[in-house]
Design a protein around this ligand. Structure first.
Ligand code: DX5
Ligand code: ZN
Length: 220
């Protein structure tokens, strides 16, 4: 099942609860939550208290993207805060296998992510052990950047590796997803599309409906 996953990094935090209600009402099922530590990426976003407080009133699937060095240190706590899936970066883990096991031991779904310059081949050893591969289509760290065209071939390559390994994963893309890029990523094989600025800037309801219509038109 393909999903549009709004990223709250671009939300208006003064009205976060209200905005999540609007999205939920529009039929959005997955919320993308970007956690940044200021070390793995230059910026710092938010963490456990925010997730804990939105969890109280939201039935959305919480897809937590950890842009954090040594994420294994925090997996249990994010699961306890209400994450439904936790995605870690291969580049941030000293033992990716252990991080994936820790995520599953915490009772949530596991994702692995690669930055634009990391080759698709690096996901091969883990692809059978995770539910999702996140192909970053910008350098992680900030919303509102331009889609990196070199990542399109990588989305396709991850799908090939999935079939070569007999795996079954969601392929998520994150960064620069908007009117101009939805078709490209869907045709390349992405089924979970993260969008921050394209959802939260302007009219949320219209943006979410429009992006999902584009996804359907592209065959998602
Ligand atoms: C960037 C984050 C993204 C970000 C995407 O490091 O992982 O999830 O919110 O923002 P847009 O959709 O504006 O490129
Ligand atoms: Zn993200």
């Amino acid at each position: 099942m393909s999903e549009l996953c709004p990223s709250i990094l671009s939300a208006d935090f003064n009205r976060l609860g209200e905005q999540l209600k609007i999205l939920e009402h529009e039929g959005i099922r997955v919320l993308h939550i970007d956690v940044m530590d200021g070390i793995f990426v230059p910026s710092i976003s938010f963490g456990m208290p925010v997730i804990r407080s939105i969890r109280k009133e939201s039935g959305l699937f919480f897809d937590v993207h950890l842009m954090v060095t040594d994420p294994i240190r925090y997996i249990r706590e994010f699961a306890e805060c209400g994450a439904d899936s936790i995605t870690v970066h291969l580049e941030a883990c000293s033992d990716t296998g252990a991080a994936i096991r820790a995520i599953h031991d915490a009772g949530v779904k596991a994702g692995i992510s690669i930055k634009p310059k990391t080759p698709a081949e690096e996901v091969r050893p883990y692809i059978r052990d995770v539910e999702m591969v996140l192909v970053m289509t910008v350098e992680p760290g900030f919303g509102g950047q331009k889609y990196d065209e070199t990542c399109t071939a990588k989305i396709r390559r991850v799908r090939e590796i999935e079939s070569e390994e007999g795996a079954s994963v969601h392929v998520q893309v994150d960064g620069g997803i908007n009117d101009d890029t939805v078709k490209t990523v869907v045709e390349a094989g992405a089924d979970w599309l993260v969008a921050g600025s394209a959802v939260f800037h302007g009219d949320l309801k219209e943006n979410a409906d429009h992006l999902r219509a584009l996804m359907r038109a592209a065959g998602a």
